[in-house]
Write a protein that binds this ligand. Structure first.
Ligand code: FAD
Ligand code: MLT
Ligand code: ZN
Length: 437
């Protein structure tokens, strides 16, 4: 992103939980700060050493430990690359319940630690649902074995949830057990154009009702996002070269019967056209066309990075008002700043990006705190899926009450009394004494 610059004199690449334990025991006894790092694809600076932290990178812990074809439960080390797991499961006739544009580099430990959402949360739910167990090393070196492989287990507090989404601030995840659904044979992808945001919304409501159980993704992008992809990504073709559209929606269905699914999709598309919700559309005829549609959506972050500086905001906002923020932002900023919107509309997750030729404090002051205040006022979340990291540690109060933040700080102090794990991230550093950070 050319936004976060790390400084560290030391990166360690342990090969086992035991080695992670020894590292943390040593660092804790000497109050040396540590930054856990997976694939380093995070977008809020969480994996970057802010000052001089020791980097503990999990890339060498990349073994698949077991896979049970009956239950679909995969157990693997934290450093496994998401794409490797996707390919492994595909060979076994299963799918990973998580997919995202950074799959080629991000690691499952990083995914769990950020509670990554991605492109199919709509269908498979969040990692709080599909992760069944974790092995985690605490700041003092204790190896916590919570690596359960059971669907149901109500024996006491379910502590693994503390580590899902805690961005390396409470422990280092070393192993993950995850429930994976069977791969279904029938997948359809369509790419649709809409003239206004209201039509995208109506389309979403209709898709939920009419496609129901086969709906597996509902993504949207606006014309500025499309323009950037067409400008920067090689080999991308505009599905609608002859006309301009304001919004685009990518819908995917996944089911077990080709004829039944196609019939449902065709009926849905016909109904949407008759109601004037779609101004144009293509249904992918094969896997290559389906990948091209996904390439447009997944390529937006890369296109933005190529354009220049980018201020990224990852927000949960009630869908009815979501695009109002984008329009208000366009009015606030002058024309040299491009306001680009896309995201997981099916999950109420807007990715609001402001693209500028280069980073500029003047522009930042026009965006923040406005964007956080707006989101808070509309009962949204200032981090839908990317986490708080370095970028938003001081902004947590826009989405969480003071009492909740205090309890989080108490939990942090209990698990990491010397504050060695990912200091300056997630929670406001002002909540901790100097010795603790
Ligand atoms: P890193 O970036 O290395 O680390 C992220 C955070 O987790 C840091 O705070 C780090 O300290 C901590 N961490 C990493 N590994 C561990 C561990 N083993 N134990 C404890 N803490 C750890 N995110 C989404 O949610 N949805 C998306 O659709 C999505 N798409 C993306 C597309 C692109 C092109 C890019 C560049 C990023 C995208 N992201 C998305 C953001 C990012 O990829 C995810 O947050 C991902 O889960 C991070 O994984 P990582 O291994 O790269 O973690
Ligand atoms: C996405 O959905 O593409 C990712 O979360 C990355 C981004 O927001 O740029
Ligand atoms: Zn996203």
């Amino acid at each position: 992103m050319r936004k976060y610059k790390g400084t560290s004199k030391l990166m360690l690449q342990p090969r086992s939980a035991e080695e992670v334990s020894q590292i943390l025991k040593y660092c804790n006894s000497r109050c040396l700060a540590v930054v856990p790092q997976g694939g380093n694809t995070g977008l809020v600076g969480g994996s970057v050493p802010a000052f001089d932290e020791v980097i503990v990178n999990t890339s060498h812990m990349n073994k698949i430990i077991s896979f049970d074809k009956v239950s679909g439960i995969l157990v693997c080390e934290a450093g496994c690359i998401l794409e490797t797991l996707i390919a492994f499961l595909d060979n076994q006739g299963f799918v990973m319940p998580l997919d995202l544009g950074a799959k080629g580099s991000c690691q499952i430990g990083g995914n769990v630690s950020t509670n990554a959402g991605g492109l199919r949360l709509l269908r498979y739910g969040s990692l709080h649902g599909s992760v069944l167990g974790l092995e985690v090393v605490l700041a003092n070196g204790t190896v916590l074995d919570m690596l359960g492989t059971l669907r149901k287990d109500n024996t006491g507090y379910d502590l693994k949830h503390l580590f899902i989404g805690s961005e390396g601030s409470l422990g280092i995840v070393t192993k993950v057990s995850i429930l994976t659904p069977p791969k279904l044979s029938s997948v359809n992808v369509c790419f649709l154009a809409c003239s206004d945001y209201a039509s995208c919304l109506k389309l979403l409501l209709d898709a939920k009702r009419k496609l129901g159980e086969i709906l597996s993704a509902f993504e949207f992008l606006d014309h500025d996002a499309m323009d950037l992809v067409l400008k920067h990504l090689e080999g991308v073709r505009n599905p609608f070269p002859s006309s301009m559209h304001n919004f685009y929606v990518l819908i995917e269905t996944t089911g077990s019967s080709e004829s039944y699914d196609r019939e449902k999709l065709d009926a849905f598309l016909l109904h949407s056209m008759e109601n004037g919700l779609i101004s144009d559309g293509v249904v992918a005829q094969d896997i290559t066309q389906a990948s091209s549609c996904w390439h447009i959506r997944e390529g937006i972050p890369e296109a933005l990075m190529k354009e220049g500086g980018v201020y990224k905001y990852d927000l949960s906002i009630p869908v009815e008002t979501m695009y109002d923020l984008v329009e208000e932002m366009r009015v606030r900023l002058d024309a040299s700043a491009k306001v680009v919107a896309y995201g997981h509309l099916g999950d109420g997750n807007l990715h609001l990006n402001i693209s500028t030729p280069q980073y500029d404090d003047n522009i930042l002051s026009q965006i923040e705190p406005f964007v956080y205040e707006w989101t808070s006022k509309h009962k949204g979340s200032i981090s839908a899926e990317h986490g708080l990291g370095l970028m938003k540690a001081n902004k947590i109060h826009y989405s969480k009450s003071p009492e909740t933040v205090q309890l989080m700080a108490s939990i942090k102090k209990l698990l990491d009394p010397n504050g060695i794990l990912n200091p300056y991230k997630v929670l406001p550093p002002s909540l901790f004494s100097k010795a603790e950070i």
